[in-house]
Design a protein around this ligand. Sequence first.
Ligand code: PHE
Length: 450
Amino acid sequence: MINNNPHNNPENRGQWSSKLGFILAAAGSAVGLGNLWKFPYLVGKNGGAAFLLVYILIVIGLGFTLMLGELVLGRKTQLNPLGAYRSINKKWGFAGGLGIVTSFIILSYYSVIGGWILAYIIRSLTGAFSGDTVAIFEELIAGVQEPLFMHFLFLFATVLIVYAGVSGGIEKYSKILMPTLFGFLIILSIRGITLPGASKGLEFYLKPDFTQLTTTAILAALGQVFFSLSLGMGAMITYGSYLPKDTNLPKSSVIIPLIDSFIAFLSGLVVLPAVFALGFEAGEGPGLMFITLPAVFAKMPFGIFFGSIFFILVLFAALTSSISLLEVCVSYVVDELKIRRRYACIILGILLFLVGVPSSLSLGLLKGVKIFGMVFFDLADFIASTILMPIGGLLLCIFIGWIWGSKKALKEVTNNGEIKFAASSLWEIAIKYVVPIIIIIVFFTTLTNS
Ligand code: PHE
């Protein structure tokens, strides 16, 4: 994936070894627990199809625009997010710095959920899913040693991959594992939809009822677009910074959100009809996937086999996202603090583990400790994906549209006029006016309402 061989790259920073490698890595960053775990439960919690529709509209209106914005800023500057902003305008380093803080916060609890996936792989291999799946999930997250140990293991795996300089391995595996995951989601969605009683769930997922749509739901959809597409915190700036100068950025900025949204849609199709068919609560929250899927597997021939492979695929999708989160922090520490890559990985790994501990414990032992009415886990997620990422996106728009200048950015997008970009004026209007205005409106109406 990223080629860190200094002899191949005069700037010593590494570069993607192929275009496909980049697309896979960027799609790998985008496709993760956000799609498989978070999206279905947010749909369930926020009123079903109306939420889905708002989500799709936000991807179309904001997702493509911001994706291109981040990639172009990264490729132009070939730097980490902080350096990228600062190299164009000295006063704007803070915008990149904010992204680095955001990715650190996300990874601290992302790896807690990654740990649950690990625990579920073991449970499905040992066939422990025959009983009450709600009780199984609640027992896991309320525990102390097991979730903490799994959180540690997940982070350890992430650190190990990033530590090794992210070489050919992942690119090779992605080519096989991503399509396999895709195939599995299709099979599972067919199983889900054909369960007796699933049609209620399909209706909930696909037939919008706008009376269900609250401002909180719209803000949640906005946050989820950022989270799922890995936007607003510099991951795509960082990945763009490893791109060679001849890539077609507009094309990549369309392909990545498309893949990501399709996978999210599919995982909703897997989970939600089954929720209704099996009599679970759609508004259940973060446990939805963990509770529903094992029950679906139990109803399938070779369920243990399918279940185990499925959770292994989810783990892989989660790892390709977590390495991009860690990569943002590492690229900053390496470029700016001049610490060696390997030390940076280890130090960050330890800090991330420690910061993740209260998130993990807040679902059991520390359940009673609430800050602003939320347990630590929810608070971390709220601060990162609902507040910091949209702010990061807003700053990106202002920066590209007005500080760097959209004309200059377009010059880089089109490789100085070499490639055609038919939507260039549309993109300019979007990044200068439409997207910032939407973010401001959604953001402030919701915050003042809540
Ligand atoms: N997009 C990832 C997911 O859906 C999470 C992520 C967010 C990764 C931000 C990188 C940056 O799981």
